[in-house]
Structure formats: C-alpha cells, structure tokens
Design a protein around this ligand. Structure first.
Ligand SMILES: *[C@@H]1O[C@H](CO)[C@@H](O)[C@H](O)[C@H]1NC(C)=O
Ligand SMILES: *[C@@H]1O[C@H](CO)[C@@H](O)[C@H](O)[C@H]1NC(C)=O
Ligand SMILES: *[C@@H]1O[C@H](CO)[C@@H](O)[C@H](O)[C@H]1NC(C)=O
Length: 491
C-alpha cells in the first residue's frame, strides 16, 4: 500500500496499515535466498528433499501423540486511534527470553529483531521492553544453513550457489511496504500450555524463525515497535505448522480481539465453546481466503457485479488479523457508503488524516444500519456501526472502511477484512478441516478448549498484557488527533 504521503499523517496511517503479507510485488522476488511472498510452496516439494520428507515423517508421528492446547496472552487494541494492532508474548532461547510479537494471520513466518540488526528499533512507543535475539547468547540456538532441509523446503529446492555454512536467508515484504530481511535460526520456543481451567505450564518445542538483520518501512521506527511478527499463515514455515509437525498441537487456532477493553483471547487447540458456524477456506491460496457471496446493508442486498465475488490472483476475500481496517474494491466501497449514509443526507464529511469523518451526537448503533457479509455455507459476518465506525473524540466518528483503489494497485479488487470487523467475535481457523468460522462473542470473557492430552475441557481466559501503558498511549494519541483536526479545520 502507498506510503504515508505527509509527515503529519504518519502516526494514524502507521496504525491503519498494519502488516499484511500481500499486495506488493517485492522488488526482491527474483534472486535466491529470498522469501517469495506471493508464491505458495510447490505441492510436490519441488526436490525439497530432506526438509519436506522430515516434516512429513513428523506429521505421521503426530497421530500417535497427545496434543496440547496453548494460550497466547494478547495485548494491544485494534483501533486506529489506539495501537492499531494486537501482540502476544513468547519466549525464545535457553535461558528463555521474552519477546513481544504482533500476531498476523496474513503472513507465514515468525521473526524477531536480532542482535546484529541495522535499523532495528531499540525502544518502543508502546511502552514495552524490547529484546534483541542473540543466537550466540542461547545455548540451544543454531543458524540454519542453506543446505539444511528447512531451507530447501522453504524455497522448493536447494538454492543455486548454496554451499555448507552459508546461512539460509529470508526476506519478507508486507502489504504496507515495510520489510524484514535476515537469516533463519532454530531455537527453543517456550509457550503457555493449557493444563487446567485458566491454568498454564510452560511447554516447549524447537522452532525455526527469522533473525531480523535489517528492517524497512515502519518496522524500523520505534513508534509502535515490537520485537517481531508472529505469522499465523498456513505455510509449513509458520510456527503453528512447525508445532503441529512436531506433534505438539493440532492445526487449529482461534482469536477474539477485544476493542472494548483491549487484548482478548488467542489460543491454539480445539475450541468446544462457543460453537461457531464455518465456511470453507479457498484451497491453495497463500492467505485465508473465503468465498463471499453477497453483502447486505440494513437487510437490503447490494446489487454488485459477479466479479466482485470471484477468487483468484489479486481478487477475492481475505481474513487478516494483521490489518487494522477493512479495504473494499472502489465499487463496493461506494455502494456500502451510499447505503450506510442514505438516511443521513445532511451529514457533512471532514477529511481527518485521510479518513472520512463526521460529527454525530447520538448513538451510532441506533442511527446507522448493520452491514452483513454473507459467505459460502450460510455463514454471516454482522458488522455493527460501532465496529465499522471508530470514535475520534468529541462526537467525531470516522469510517473504518477504506477504498482499496486508493491504497494499492495490486489490492484494488480485494476485499480485505481486518481487525476492526473481526473484533468482538471468536474467530476459529480450523486448518485440519480447512474451514474458518466465527460467532459474536464477549472477548473479555473466556472460551473452552478440548485438551487432546487428557480429553478434558479447559477454560482459556482473556488477557490484556498491555493494560499498564494503555491509558497513557491512548491519551497522547487523542491529543495528537485534536491538534491535527484543529489545524486542518478550525484554527
Ligand atoms: C508441508 O508439510 C506437509 C506435512 O508435513 C507435507 O505433506 C507437505 O508436502 C509440505 N508442503 C511442502 C510444500 O513442502
Ligand atoms: C523441552 O524441555 C525438556 C525438559 O526441560 C528438555 O529436555 C527438552 O530438550 C526441551 N525441548 C526443546 C525442543 O527445547
Ligand atoms: C464480558 O465478560 C466480562 C468478564 O466475564 C464481564 O465483566 C462483562 O460484563 C461482559 N460484558 C458484557 C457486555 O456482557
């Protein structure tokens, strides 16, 4: 997506354009040792040799083993006026050190800022203590060389020019233009294994992840800096796929993003309560693509051309927790906005940092319609006015939908559903059965997960690991917004 045009827009746009691994054709898509963001790894393993075979062997063993559930404590708040993202805490290395990483269902690898990094943020505007990962400082850490199985499996074969001891490099470019480059390392991961109602114990596994040597775009700045990004995509390189291949967990996870209190629930395992209705994932897509069938506003179905609902390269509907807002193709955006404001012809819009905003003194839920997205197999996503508008202080509301055409050329025909519309729902990604589903839910409460180890059902509670600094951050942003609004419109 386009870089922020003016310095004054920076903060809000940084919040809005959270990482999505997509849309940008990376300049780096040609050379060896580059992570090809748009390509799915070849199904036949393309001569992947040891890597894919080893993963398959692990996978076979999985069925004979007992699988655990994991609790990933969440922090952050996905409103553009707040942090605009959600993160969790993981531990890596021996002795284990703590890292705060953004959770992103739109990308496939875990990476953290590394000791050797150039332009890695050392401080975070989020008030978190950042830690640089040092492979030499961990007794269990090792560098992955390009002739190792993981590397070959990642790139669909041995890289040209690869000799022993040459590190296996990675490079990821995200949809907002930010990027990370580095090399893969393998080390111990410690996670919170669910062992009782609201109880956890440390569980561990060996995982391969990126050691970030150079960050680009806003990943190099300290405003909303975290230690890295935890990609929850489907590829074999993701932490979830590795944990599953090692027989630690089932390939099912769920999130409940709380825009009311912040944080929420993020868990790996079989969710048994609440029950959710599901829709099939579109097979062989690099992201969580689903088949959107129609859109209603206030119960009236929008008359949209069929191509809006087709799936393919550069079109289709994607569910992505790493994106804050919702992006719609221009045609859909215009129709939706027209229907939403049909009964409010008198409203005057103000452009606040490129958001469409308006004054409204009543309750938006009483004054505006619900938007419903209908998916294959009769699954509906209800988006209420307080979810598609976000408050911006002093009776000012802004529209959380964006016209995709203004953001990026490659993404202009994509329907991208981000945090704002996915929040206050329990969203379940069941990759074992290739379905995704959700149900409206109170994300400050708890869910129940079945532990395959014991057959027992355990409660997983919500968390907000950011509560300590939220107030300060929120206030300072509101102040910033007020200043900008003032300078644009009144003063
Ligand atoms: C990913 O892993 C699965 C299971 O381990 C295996 O069957 C599949 O071939 C792998 N995919 C690639 C592209 O290597
Ligand atoms: C996990 O922890 C156990 C017990 O502390 C240890 O023996 C094992 O090597 C660890 N496994 C990994 C992958 O770090
Ligand atoms: C959501 O759950 C929390 C914790 O159980 C509770 O305090 C709160 O009142 C609930 N909110 C609603 C709207 O029911």
């Amino acid at each position: 997506m386009a870089p922020p045009p003016r310095a004054a827009l920076l903060l809000l746009l940084l919040a809005a354009l959270a990482p999505l691994l997509l849309l940008v054709a990376p300049a780096c898509s040609a050379g060896p040792g580059v992570f090809q963001v748009r390509r799915r790894f070849p199904a036949d393993g393309g001569g992947g040799g040891g890597g894919a075979a080893a993963l398959r062997a692990h996978d076979g063993r999985r069925h004979g083993r007992l699988l655990a559930a994991a609790d990933l404590p969440l922090g952050g708040l996905g409103l553009p006026t707040d942090t605009g993202l959600y993160f969790t805490e993981i531990k890596l290395g021996t002795p284990p050190k703590r890292y705060f990483v953004q959770v992103d269902t739109g990308s496939d690898i875990l990476w953290v800022n590394c000791i050797s990094c150039d332009r890695c943020p050392r401080k975070s505007g989020l008030g978190l203590d950042l830690t640089l990962y040092d492979p030499k400082g961990s007794s269990s850490g090792s560098t992955v060389s390009c002739d190792q199985g993981f590397c070959a499996a990642t790139y669909g074969g041995k890289l040209p020019g690869c000799t022993a001891n040459v590190p296996c490099e990675y490079s990821v470019m995200y949809g907002d233009g930010s990027s990370t480059t580095g090399f893969f390392v393998t080390d111990a991961l410690q996670f919170d294994q669910v062992t009782g109602n609201g109880q956890t114990q440390p569980g561990n596994a060996s995982v391969t992840f990126g050691c970030g040597a150079q960050q680009g775009g806003d990943l190099g700045s300290s405003n909303q800096a975290l230690d890295g990004i935890l990609g929850f995509g489907q590829a074999n390189t993701s932490m979830l796929s590795q944990l599953s291949a090692a027989g630690k967990v089932k390939k099912i996870f769920a999130h409940c993003l709380d825009t009311i209190r912040g944080g929420g629930i993020f868990a790996i395992g079989d969710v048994v309560q609440p029950k959710v209705k599901t829709t099939p994932l579109v097979p062989d897509m690099p992201h969580y693509n689903v088949n959107l069938e129609s859109i209603d506003v206030a119960g009236t179905t929008l008359q949209l051309p069929a191509h809006v609902f087709e799936t393919g390269e550069k079109k289709g509907t994607i569910i992505d927790s790493g994106t804050t807002l919702t992006y719609l193709p221009e045609l859909v955006f215009k129709e939706v906005v027209f229907e939403v404001f049909k009964k409010h012809q008198d409203i005057k819009f103000q452009n606040v940092q490129d958001f469409m905003c308006f004054q409204y003194s009543g309750s938006v839920d009483d004054g505006f319609p619900t938007i419903t997205f209908h998916f294959e197999d009769d699954l509906a996503l209800h988006v209420y006015p307080h979810e598609y508008f976000f408050p911006n202080g002093n009776d000012l509301y802004c529209v959380g939908f964006q016209n995709g055409a203004l953001q990026s050329k490659d993404g202009k025909d994509i329907v991208l559903l981000g945090d704002l519309v996915l929040s206050n729902k329990l969203v379940v990604y069941d990759l074992e059965n290739q379905v995704i589903g959700w149900a409206d839910y109170n994300c400050s409460s708890s869910i129940k997960i079945k532990d395959d180890k014991t057959g027992a059902t355990y409660t997983v509670n919500s968390h907000d690991i950011s509560s300590g600094w939220r107030f300060y951050w929120h206030r300072s942003l509101v102040l910033l917004l007020v200043t900008v609004v003032c300078s644009h419109l009144i003063c």
